[in-house]
Design a binder for this molecule. Sequence first.
Ligand code: FES
Length: 120
Amino acid sequence: MRVFVCDIDDIEEGGVHILKFENIKIGVYRHRGAFYAYKNLCAHQGGPACEGRLMKKVVERLNADKTYIGEDFDAADPHIVCSWHGWEYRLLTGENAVNPNIRLKRYEVTQQDNKLYVEV
Ligand code: FES
């Protein structure tokens, strides 16, 4: 079933819109001109994952001998951070940042006439 989300311009770059449909909530994100939609349900303890912060991926910089140099941030691979206990999910795939076998439920996003829809 195709469900209307909002007008495309209602989600700013790097933003999220939480859609309520029947008994589910879906977070629809805009990142670098593309849209991603996930069920607002954390795989840890059921927290509202999509209501957490969106943060750049932290990338450790290491010497050749694996000693720590510092950290950088990768804006191309942002993470959704669940506000309850901090589990992180890759925005691009919905995979958990530590264990990619754990994922947020993903929904297909379509666009038509400057409007966004998700398939539920
Ligand atoms: S419920 Fe999301 S991190 Fe625990």
